[in-house]
Every structure is written in structure tokens, then in C-alpha cells.
Design a protein around this ligand. Structure first.
Ligand code: BGC
Length: 839
């Protein structure tokens, strides 16, 4: 008698041979939001997955609950944008390793992080979860984070693959991107991470990319990701991103999350039985999934699982919040003297610090240090007035008058006003985009009154993305903490009072208004997102367009000054090395972020003026000098040639620029490339003409650049892929939306009438999140992510009814599936997973 096949003892081939067709389909989906199906009969355990990226969001409840109140406390680290502002990828590695240690304690196998989408526009509600507008920065930080997490035995899921640069249309939208921009900007960070750090999984995005949903995109998931870049892990969907389960398997997307959509399993089983899906395709997907499960099981056996060092993680969060803060402006008022009299502090964010962004990355921290706590801990003498309320657009005259009176006193006595401002969770969150970059009206109005009162005002900002800086020319200083995690208050105080010297720099350009952003011509206007700016994203646009920015990419001040000297550039084989000296010529020790850009030659093919190719951060004591070595591969200078579908390194006179920001070039050196390659433009003349400089608006030649017509906006009738909010003429959409939103509005009203408390704020925030996000969901995304509350057949039935197919619609609503070709295997869930965790 042969021994029974058991996971742990059997090989993957033996397990494959022992699995039934149903079990294979089950293995490739979640049983709820945070676990994959186990196959207890063969001892195959489920995988535990959780968000990411700013800590471990271990939700206590299953069934898809997103509530932060229901998750276990874990360190709330600075958000990704803050980490990137350190310009020190080692910090991302350390955070990754720390989060992984927390994952180990909670039994998490896969961390749903990092997010490495390009910040295409400052309005994207989720920019705080991303690193930069620049692919080198995004890739370097993403790689370091993956190495940190995976080095501790926890798998990562690099997300959201690809071109997911807005939230309002993420479930249905089509990112229309030309091949070159895709390769040079939107895929490049993913490529670096896959090649350098070997993430165990990749999460595909919700959106379409050039007409095909990413979950069904074979060229993306197989052609590019696996065949070109050598990815050998598992691709999973974003939560509810499955459209056509069979097509997605064929495309190379193995895992359907959060799963529990019976029709998706049935689709797989039916397709295999009917010969529409090759059994090999299914087996290959199962094989990859089993490898991931084996890897997780092996990691559980080795390595530490004891309690992590909470104090050390809190210290790390504080250290990185400090390193990632950016001093945007300073007329010399900062640092403040901690003993000075007459300090007035205004703004609710002083005591209710916004330290993280809304949505799936919410963390419940075990503790928190607000700026107020940190001021009090230092015994600072200040007068606090609240000035405005967050989570409302209403001004409060009483609060404003109090603040203005305090500011007048400060003005009269030479005191300083510290204004704590920024965005709240109603304004910036996963799930929706901003429509402008302004701070809330209550803050802008109050700030104006404080400035008018004649006080010297320092603005301390908490926001995950650029904002318009009101009265910028009248402010004495602006310190940007971004979203700094649970110890942000400590970082704020340390920087304001000069215990630490600011060393962060921006990894995104700050335009003066949304109209000046590089994607302004077509951002957030409809389901068809025309990436008409092509490669000209962020500083690549502003440099050549001469945009009058509020703050350029790479900008950040210090309390000291640095001089750059003595640049030497060498080419050894395929590598370019640059070496220079940075001298601290100011009064305090500090760290400087040195950026190396390369100016492109003016050849036939359009290029950005300059592109970041390397960066480094160096600590320099006052009066001393340090040598900084930076380097990059010559191949990095290549552009993507759309005729050859390959990278081409063009000969010509390049120039190495060493800079303190994209707008502050300190040293230059020539760099000649002479490898025998002179390129001809692969584009029609109209493209060459329109794209010789960054286009304003959408050039007529955009279709030529794409090589196909620009798709038209889809009709607004209700289909499976229409945003419910766009199908307002459909009675069914209105009923469905009304039913969900009605309940949420009632909850919102109930919360509004509660006395002020953190609980009230939490309820208001979650109501707002649903109210803003629901209209952008489609029937399909609702069904796929509802954990069975809106079964797919009901959603399909509603869509059929809306398309005037009553018979098909009613059949579906009654639970009969159209076009079934084989007996239904799913009711037999004998071997199906239990709802109980298997370990
Ligand atoms: C987000 C992902 C996240 C997932 C699970 C999705 O809505 O886009 O980033 O990992 O939910 O929470």
C-alpha cells in the first residue's frame, strides 16, 4: 500500500496528481479577504495575507472586514512617501524587516506591499502609499523594502501592476499609455524590483491597461513579467479585480482574491472539462501556488516567531519620520529656541496628528506621540488654540477669533505662531482622488487671518501629497512631515527645536496648483485615462516646460549649508562612476541628499531634458568634507525604442549633473557615449514635432504615438464594468447605490450627532470612505469583493436586466447560469476548506 499523499512529505508533482479538479480551482482563490483556501484532506495549509505597506494590518475578523478598529495593534511606521523623502533606501529595508518581524508574530505569510505605482498626478488619493514620480526612486525603495521583508522569511506582493495612477476610475478605467512611457516610467520600478529583489508575488491592478484588464493581461503578466524579467512567483489579483477567471489564468494570474466567488471556480472547472482551458495551464498555476505555500511553510519552520521588539520598532518609526521630514522653506526662523517665550500653536492637527492615510493601509498603533505630547514631554511653554476643526468644511468663527487674538499677542511680543495644517481623511484617501490641491477652506481662511495679524507664521504640514501652500510668500517657514507614522509628533518637535537637522527632500514635484501638474491635461476626467504627456512625468515635464513650481522635485532645506566640489566622472566598461566632495559649510552637522541627473543629448528621438540616474545621502559634521561616490550602468541611459521593442543606448554628448534638487544643479561634467549607435526616430513626423517638448493639452498626434486610435469613453448605461455613479440614468444602478449609500448616510448622521471622540471620528471617516468610493465601484468589483454579500450571479442578472435582456437576467437572478456546459461541481465542497484557520 502506498503512503497517502501529504503536504510536507509529498513533492509538488505528487500533490498535483492527488488534487481533484475542484481542489485545484479552490487552491487558486481566497476563502476570505485574508486567507487562501486550504485543502485539509492533503494537509495543504492556507496562506495568511495582510496589508501593508506601513505596518501589519492584522484584521481580527474574517469575511473581508476592513475596519481598523478590528485589527490588532501594530507599529504604524511612516507612510511610503515619507520613507522615500529620506532618500535612503536602507530605511525602507529596515522598515520592511521590522514589519516582517511583526508579520511573523501574527502568523502572516504574505505582506501586501510595497506599492510602487508612479505618482502621475498629485491628486491621486493614494500617493502617500507610493514612493515617487520617478521610477528610479520608486524602484530603489521598492527593492530595498522587498529585501527587508523577504529577508525575514515573509513574502511580499508588489502592487499594483500596472499603471494604476488614479483612484476614481481604478475599478473600470483604462490607462491608455504609449509603449515607451509604459516601459520607461510605469513598468520600470516593477522591473527593477523583480530583477533585483525577487518578490514572491505581484499584485495586478484593478484597471485596464491599453484596453485589457490587468488581471487578464497576458502580455503584461506573462510576456513582460515572467518571460522578460524572469519573475517566478505568484500573481494575485487586487481585491475584487477578477474579470474573466479563465482569461486571467491563461494570462498568468494565479490567485483570485479575496475569492469566494463560486462562479469563478465553476468557470475554471467548466473550461477544463469543455476543453477551453488547457489542463497544463491550470496545473502550472497550481504548481506556482504550491511553491508559494511550501516557501511559507518552510519560513514558518525557521526563523524567529517570538514577540518583536516594540520599543525598537517605535524608535525606528520615530527615526524615519525625522529623516523623512522636508524643510520646504525657512527664512531663518527655524530652529526655534525651546525656551523662547510667546510661542502660539494653532491648529487641530497639533493634537490630532494625521499620521497615516485612509484605506487598506490603515494601522491601529499601540501608542501615539502627537506634536502636543512631544511639546509637553519637553516642557515647552506655548499657548494652544484649536483654530479650526478637521473632517468638516465649515469654518468656526469662535475658534478663529481665539486664534487670531493669540496671534496678535504673539505679533506684539515678537513671538512665533506655529500653524499645524494639512489634509484630513475626508480629503485624501485610497478610494478617491482629490480634485484640487487646496487645503480645506477653514485652514486657508484662518492662515490668512493669522498672517494679517502680523505674526511670523511657521506652517507645519501633514499631508501625503503636494498641497497648495497658501500665503507662501508671507510664511516664515514650512516644514512638511508628510504622513509620518505614530511617532510623528516626536519627529516634529525634534526638528522644530533643532534637536535634529532636517535632511529629507521631496520625491515629487509640487506644482502651484493642480492645473500646473504634468498630467493636468487629462487627469481624472473619465474612464479613459489618456497618458498624453507620455514620458514627461513630474520633473521630466516641468524641467523642459519651465513650469513655475512651488517646490521642485528633490527639494529640501537644512539648518546648515553644503558646498559641492570636485566632480570626477569615469566610465569603466559598462559602468559610470561619479565622485565628488560635499562640504558642510554651515553651523550644524547634517545630512545632504546628492542627486545625479544625466542630461540627454538632443538626438532624433524625443527625450526628457534630464533624468535621475543615481542618488546618495551623506552625513557631514560641521566644517568637514565627505567624498560621495555614485554610480550607474551605462545601459540605464537607454530609451525604449518602439520600432525595435527594445532598449537602445544612443551615442551622443550626455552631461552628468550633480544637484541638490532638480532645479539646483551644482556641478556638471561631460559624458560621451560612443558605441556606434545613432538612432532614427521611429515615430511619424507629427509625433516628433508635438513631443519635442512636453505637450500641453492632448496633442492630435497622441493616437500616432500610441499607434492606434484613442478609445472613446464608454457609454453610461449600466454594465458589469460601469461605475455605478456614472450609470445614473439606470434605475437599477440608482436603487443599488441608494440602498448601500442610504444605510451609510444614516450611519454618518448618527456619528455626526455623537459627542466629539476618536470613535466619532472613526465612524465619520469610514462612512465618508464608503460614500466617496461606492459610486466608483462597478457591479463586477462589488460582487468580486463583497465576500458573497452580492453574489456574482445577482450582479450579472442586474446587468442583463439593465441591458433589456429580461429572460437572461431573471434566470441569473434566480441562480441559474447561462451557457453552462457541464454539471455543476461546486455544491460538492466535501474537500473544500473549512472557514476555520487551519493553524
Ligand atoms: C487595495 C490593495 C490592498 C487590498 C487588500 C485593495 O482595495 O487596492 O492595495 O492590498 O485591497 O486590502
Amino acid at each position: 500500500m502506498t503512503a497517502p499523499v501529504r503536504f510536507g512529505d509529498a513533492t509538488i508533482d505528487e500533490l498535483l496528481a492527488a488534487l481533484t479538479l475542484d481542489e485545484k480551482a479552490l487552491l487558486l482563490e481566497g476563502v476570505d479577504s485574508w486567507r487562501t483556501n486550504a485543502i485539509p484532506r492533503l494537509g495543504i495549509p492556507s496562506l495568511v495575507l495582510t496589508d501593508g505597506p506601513h505596518g501589519v494590518r492584522m484584521v481580527r475578523d474574517d469575511g473581508g472586514a476592513f475596519g481598523v478598529g478590528d485589527s490588532r495593534p501594530s507599529t504604524s511606521f511612516p507612510t511610503s512617501v515619507t520613507v522615500a523623502h529620506t532618500w535612503d533606501p536602507e530605511q525602507a529595508r529596515r522598515i520592511g524587516a521590522a514589519i516582517a518581524r511583526e508579520c511573523r508574530e501574527f502568523g502572516v505569510d504574505v505582506l501586501l506591499a510595497p506599492g510602487v505605482n508612479i505618482m502621475r498626478d498629485p491628486r491621486c488619493g493614494r500617493n502617500f502609499e507610493y514612493f515617487s514620480e520617478d521610477p528610479l526612486v520608486s524602484g530603489a525603495f521598492g527593492s530595498a523594502f522587498v529585501r527587508g521583508v523577504q529577508g525575514e522569511g515573509v513574502a511580499t506582493s508588489v502592487k499594483h501592476f500596472a499603471a494604476n495612477s488614479n483612484e476614481d476610475y481604478r475599478f473600470v478605467g483604462d490607462s491608455v499609455v504609449d509603449e515607451r512611457a509604459l516601459r520607461e516610467i510605469y513598468l520600470r520600478a516593477f522591473e527593477r524590483i523583480v530583477r533585483e529583489a525577487g518578490p514572491a508575488t505581484v499584485m495586478c491592478a484593478y484597471n485596464r491597461l491599453n484596453g485589457t484588464f490587468c488581471s487578464d493581461h497576458r502580455e503584461l503578466l506573462t510576456g513582460i513579467l515572467r518571460e522578460e524579467w524572469g519573475f517566478d512567483g505568484v500573481v494575485m489579483t487586487d481585491w475584487g479585480a477578477t474579470h474573466d477567471r479563465v482569461a486571467s489564468l491563461e494570462a498568468g494570474c494565479e490567485l483570485d482574491m479575496p475569492g469566494e466567488v463560486a462562479l469563478n471556480r465553476i468557470a475554471i472547472v467548466d473550461a477544463v472539462r469543455a476543453g477551453r482551458l488547457a489542463p497544463d495551464v491550470l496545473d502550472e498555476a497550481v504548481r506556482r501556488m504550491l511553491r508559494l505555500i511550501e516557501r511559507a511553510a518552510a519560513a514558518r519552520e525557521t526563523g524567529s516567531t517570538g514577540p518583536f521588539d516594540r520599543a525598537a520598532h517605535a524608535d525606528l518609526a520615530r527615526e524615519i519620520a525625522t529623516d523623512g521630514a522636508v524643510l520646504l522653506a525657512n527664512d531663518g526662523i527655524l530652529p526655534l529656541d525651546p525656551g523662547a517665550a510667546g510661542l502660539v500653536v494653532v491648529g487641530e492637527l497639533f493634537e490630532k496628528m494625521r499620521f497615516q492615510g485612509g484605506g487598506s493601509s490603515l494601522i491601529l498603533p499601540p501608542e501615539m506621540v502627537t506634536p502636543r505630547d512631544a511639546f509637553d514631554g519637553r516642557g515647552i511653554d506655548y499657548r494652544y488654540t484649536r483654530g479650526y476643526r478637521t473632517l468638516t468644511s465649515e469654518r468656526d468663527e469662535t475658534l478663529e477669533q481665539e486664534a487670531v487674538a493669540a496671534a496678535r499677542t504673539a505679533a506684539a511680543t515678537g513671538g512665533t505662531v506655529l500653524f499645524f495644517g494639512g489634509l484630513d481623511d475626508f480629503e485624501e484617501s485610497e478610494g478617491f482622488d482629490r480634485v484640487h490641491l487646496r487645503l480645506g477652506e477653514p485652514q486657508v481662511a484662518l492662515l490668512g487671518r493669522l498672517v494679517d495679524a502680523g505674526a511670523r507664521v511657521v506652517l507645519v504640514l501633514f499631508a501625503g501629497a503636494p498641497v497648495e501652500v497658501p500665503f507662501a510668500d508671507e510664511l516664515a517657514a514650512v516644514l512638511d512631515l508628510a504622513l509620518p507614522g505614530m511617532h510623528g509628533g516626536e519627529a516634529t518637535a525634534a526638528l522644530l527645536f533643532g534637536e535634529a537637522n532636517p535632511s529629507g527632500k521631496l520625491t515629487e514635484s509640487w506644482p502651484r496648483t493642480a492645473a500646473h501638474a504634468s498630467a493636468a491635461a487629462d487627469y481624472g476626467r473619465g474612464a479613459i485615462a489618456r497618458y498624453a504627456e507620455s514620458i514627461y512625468v513630474g520633473y521630466r515635464f516641468h524641467d523642459a516646460a519651465g513650469t513655475d513650481l512651488r517646490f521642485p522635485f528633490g527639494h529640501g532645506l537644512s539648518y546648515t549649508d553644503f558646498a559641492y566640489r570636485d566632480l570626477e566622472v569615469r566610465v569603466d566598461g559598462d559602468r559610470v562612476s561619479a565622485s565628488l566632495e560635499v562640504a558642510n559649510v554651515g553651523e550644524r552637522g547634517g545630512a545632504e541628499v546628492v542627486q545625479l541627473y544625466v542630461r540627454n543629448p538632443r538626438g532624433e528621438v524625443f527625450m526628457a531634458d534630464k533624468e535621475l540616474r543615481a542618488f546618495g545621502k551623506v552625513q557631514v559634521p560641521t566644517g568637514e568634507t565627505r567624498r560621495v561616490e555614485l554610480g550607474f550602468e551605462l545601459a540605464e541611459l537607454a530609451y525604449w525604442d518602439v520600432a525595435e521593442h527594445d532598449w537602445v543606448l544612443e551615442d551622443g554628448d550626455y552631461e552628468v549633473l550633480v544637484a541638490a534638487s532638480a532645479a539646483d544643479i551644482r556641478l556638471t561634467a561631460p559624458l560621451t557615449v560612443d558605441r556606434g549607435r545613432r538612432s532614427r526616430s521611429p515615430y511619424p513626423a507629427a509625433v516628433d514635432a508635438d513631443y519635442a517638448a512636453p505637450p500641453h493639452g492632448i496633442p492630435a498626434s497622441f493616437a500616432l504615438l500610441l499607434g492606434r486610435p484613442v478609445p472613446a469613453e464608454p457609454p453610461s448605461r449600466l454594465t458589469m464594468e460601469t461605475r455605478l455613479g456614472d450609470a445614473r440614468r439606470s434605475i437599477l444602478a440608482r436603487i443599488l447605490l441608494g440602498a448601500v449609500l442610504g444605510r451609510v448616510r444614516r450611519a454618518q448622521r448618527a456619528a455626526q450627532s455623537m459627542p466629539e471622540s476618536p470613535r466619532r471620528d472613526a465612524q465619520l471617516k469610514s462612512a465618508h470612505f464608503v460614500l466617496r468610493m461606492m459610486p466608483s465601484m462597478s457591479l463586477r468589483s462589488l460582487a468580486m469583493s463583497s465576500g458573497g454579500r452580492l453574489p456574482l450571479h445577482l450582479a450579472l442578472g442586474i446587468a442583463e436586466l439593465a441591458s433589456w435582456h429580461p429572460i437572461r437576467g431573471i434566470r441569473l437572478l434566480m441562480g441559474r447560469r447561462a451557457g453552462r456546459t457541464a454539471p455543476d461541481p461546486t455544491p460538492d465542497r466535501t474537500h473544500a476548506p473549512t472557514k476555520e484557520p487551519v493553524r
